[in-house]
Design a protein around this ligand. Structure first.
Ligand code: NAD
Length: 261
């Protein structure tokens, strides 16, 4: 329980990678602030489960992080509940796939606001407390797309490259305050979102489940294995520990070799 007495806020943590971070950090005794959208009863069940495993507190903030005033409200609520944010994980993100000339302007604006600008706002609001306490961990779920591009994902690739640069700057500004800032950059991660695409793609392309996974989804991932949410969360947990105090300003790939190509 090495995170007892610490508070972690994880954006976009009602499902997928974010929920795995919340479970991993709760397992080490941290107070948890979860955020994101979804079914109220399911979210309440997860929140209760986090409290049960941590023996500490867990609250849910359903704020829309594409809006700066909502981010300010969430941060104020979290700080009021637990006295400060020690671990900030910027994870909320959405995707849209279209050629640049057809890319809907509202989708561009949403992806930049949520996947990039929200991390600026949460970070600027968390840093004064971290600096005062001389301890902090800032972790971004970036992506292989923070290091390389794919066609038709212009907004996502732009936001993820942006967050990688932002993280380096934050690392330099906080280096003498006991604060670290790092990106974790997954390749394809096995989430319910990915799993749901398989039957439709099998039908649409006349492929087997194995062909969809290997030739479509995992085409760019040399291991031909999905990364798991638990593997991503284990890296975040390591970054929160004392052994990781010297790791800052990095971008850690967990992508089955994707960006080595
Ligand atoms: P997910 O859809 O399961 O999770 C996204 C979370 O963000 C959910 O909790 C959702 O409710 C929340 N969210 C969406 N819009 C929001 C908003 N406006 N305000 C607040 N919360 C909002 O997806 P995931 O795969 O777990 O993705 C999490 C992060 O990991 C994203 O930043 C994504 O870009 C990144 N990522 C995912 C993969 C992958 O293969 N799944 C790979 C690399 C990076």
């Amino acid at each position: 329980m090495f995170l007892k007495g610490k508070t972690a806020l994880i954006t976009g943590s009602t499902s997928g990678i974010g929920l795995a971070y919340a479970k991993a950090l709760a397992g080490e005794g941290a107070n948890i602030v979860i955020n994101g959208f979804g079914d109220a009863a399911a979210i309440e069940a997860e929140r209760g489960g986090l409290e049960a495993s941590s023996g500490a507190g867990a609250i849910y903030c359903g704020h829309d992080l594409s809006k700066p005033d909502q981010i300010e409200a969430m941060m104020a609520e979290a700080i009021a509940a637990f006295g400060g944010i020690d671990i900030l994980i910027n994870n909320a993100g959405v995707q849209h796939v279209a050629p640049v000339e057809d890319f809907p302007v509202d989708k561009w604006d949403l992806i930049i606001a949520l996947n990039l600008t929200s991390a600026f706002h949460t970070t600027r609001l968390a840093l004064p407390g971290m600096k005062a306490r001389k301890w902090g961990r800032i972790i971004q779920t970036a992506s292989a797309h923070s290091l390389t591009a794919s066609p038709f994902k212009s907004a996502y690739v732009t936001a993820k490259h942006g967050i990688a640069g932002f993280t380096k700057t934050v690392a330099l500004e906080t280096a003498t305050f006991g604060i670290t800032a790092n990106c974790i950059s997954p390749g394809y991660v096995w989430t319910p979102l990915v799993e749901k695409q398989i039957p439709d793609t099998m039908k649409a392309r006349g492929l087997t489940r194995e062909q969809v996974m290997n030739d479509v989804l995992l085409a760019s991932q040399p291991t031909k294995q999905f990364v798991t949410v638990e593997q991503v969360a284990a890296m975040a947990l390591f970054l929160c520990g004392d052994d990781a105090a010297g790791i800052t300003g990095t971008n850690i790939s967990i992508d089955g070799g994707w960006t080595a190509q």
